[in-house]
Design a protein around this ligand. Structure first.
Ligand code: 5AD
Ligand code: SF4
Length: 427
């Protein structure tokens, strides 16, 4: 979501005549797109903004701007303006459309802008230019905001309520991206499964996927993120029956303990989650299922963590993002009794080790199989090697060059190493 928002900011800056450069020393403008989902993201952003001061000393015309979730937190914009007097522009999540105006203002009069609109239901802007930088993949927002208020999460406070783009606008952009030659489109939303509810649609996401499945061409579609409480059999049926929609579902569980799920306000139980996994696998046995999992949430005891480990062992995710709970000011969980850091540390190590072992075992089962892979890029290591993902989301490295990028290949897996697969193109 943030990467795509940076592409929008880049689109706006290009419309003003700016071009990307690779060193801060030669930049005319430095724009920080921030995240505040966990404390370490926020600390890193603050550190990087602070470090940019030196570039202004050598280049007084340099414009420094900050945007994104961090500025939108309660009174954070004003605090940031005070802490970083050398920052020229501070924009809230609802104010990206003012970026061009603010840059012009600084250029013309060196006047500073701090714009943080607190509206929770701002109108969707359809006219923001986008400068895409993600190669063969294009991100596509189908909705913005979140209504779920998981008790640990800052997102609903900084991104407002759910607002869906109309199916017509989504399809218009989708078809344009296919015409432009993108081979993979990733639909974005905090909870894509509730797409269209705010437009009065019932089962809007399944209907949208049906429209997308009807588009002809050699491309694939992914989507994120799914919320287990809103994922259903209709959505799974469309994915299972469509050639172009990847059998790959990111379905964050967060915890395997019913007690913790309730405290998190997740609106599902462990049994319900497991029934979803079973439903998905009965329709798509090879579906890659991934998750977000958190440890150290308030009140988490050893038996709750054991429930999480047990769930991880039963589901056998093909990949998981694992986090230590980080208290976010203004969210209900920040006022609950906190788990000692050394306990969280012990648990995250055990969780990561368990998940890594599972991924390694799953990787081994791919050896000898043929996977359809979209070549995305040159491999980071190895001369004459390229890499790309299988439909189920596994990264595969194989022989190729820059001309292979953007093409689909059937690749026979010959070796696996932790999460990585290595293969040979089948003629
Ligand atoms: N602390 C740790 N992890 C968090 N996430 C969201 N909020 C927090 C928090 N306060 C994780 C959740 C979510 C992912 C995007 O980030 O697992 O699914
Ligand atoms: Fe945060 Fe929960 Fe919304 Fe995801 S669904 S963005 S975790 S509040």
């Amino acid at each position: 979501m943030n990467l795509h928002e940076s592409e929008k900011a880049a689109g706006i800056l290009r419309s003003l005549g700016y071009e990307e450069c690779d060193r801060e020393e030669v930049a005319d403008i430095i724009l920080f797109n921030t995240c505040c989902i966990r404390d370490n993201a926020e600390r890193r952003a603050k550190g990087n903004i602070g470090a940019a001061k030196v570039f202004k000393r050598n280049n007084p015309d340099l414009i420094i701007a900050v945007m994104g979730c961090m500025t939108q937190q309660d009174s954070a914009g004003e605090a940031m303006a005070k802490k970083f007097p050398f920052v020229d522009i501070i924009l809230g999540t609802n104010n990206l459309d003012k970026l061009a105006e603010c840059v012009e203002k600084v250029r013309n009069s060196r006047k500073r802008s701090v714009l943080i609109d607190p509206c929770a239901t701002p109108e969707i802007r359809e006219d923001t230019p986008v400068f895409r930088t993600s190669g063969t993949n294009a991100w596509l927002n189908i909705m913005y905001g979140c209504n779920n208020f998981c008790t640990y999460c800052i997102v609903p406070y900084v991104r407002g309520r759910e607002r869906s783009r109309t199916p017509e606008n989504v399809m218009k952009e989708f078809n344009r991206l296919i015409d432009e030659g993108y081979k993979e489109i990733t639909l974005l939303g905090q909870n894509v499964n509730s797409y269209g509810k705010d437009l009065g649609m019932t089962n809007g996401f399944a209907l949208l996927l049906e429209k997308i499945a009807a588009v002809r061409g050699d491309f694939r579609v992914r989507f994120m993120t799914s919320h287990p409480k809103d994922f259903n059999a209709d959505i799974a049926d469309v994915i299972a029956s469509s050639k172009n929609i990847c059998n790959n579902i990111h379905l964050p569980v967060q915890s395997g303990s019913d007690k913790i799920l309730k405290l998190m306000n997740r609106h599902y139980t462990r049994d319900y989650y497991m029934s979803l996994i079973q439903m998905i696998r009965s329709k798509m046995p090879d579906c890659g299922i991934t998750s977000d999992i958190m440890v150290g949430f308030p009140y988490e005891e050893d038996e709750d963590f054991a429930d999480t480990l047990d769930l991880v062992n039963k589901v056998r995710y093909s990949g998981a993002f694992t986090f230590v709970y980080s208290p976010r000011k203004g969210t209900p969980a920040a006022d609950m009794p906190q788990v000692p850091p050394e306990v969280s540390k012990r648990r995250i190590i055990e969780l990561v080790n368990t998940q890594n072992k599972i991924v390694k075992e799953i990787s081994k089962t791919f050896e000898g199989k043929v996977l359809r892979v979209l070549c995305e890029d040159l491999a980071p290591k190895g001369e004459g090697k390229v890499c790309g993902r299988s439909e189920c989301g596994r990264m595969v490295t194989f022989d190729g060059d820059k001309h292979s990028i953007g093409n689909f290949y059937d690749v026979k897996i010959v070796k696996s190493q932790s999460a990585s697969l290595f293969g040979e193109v089948v003629e």
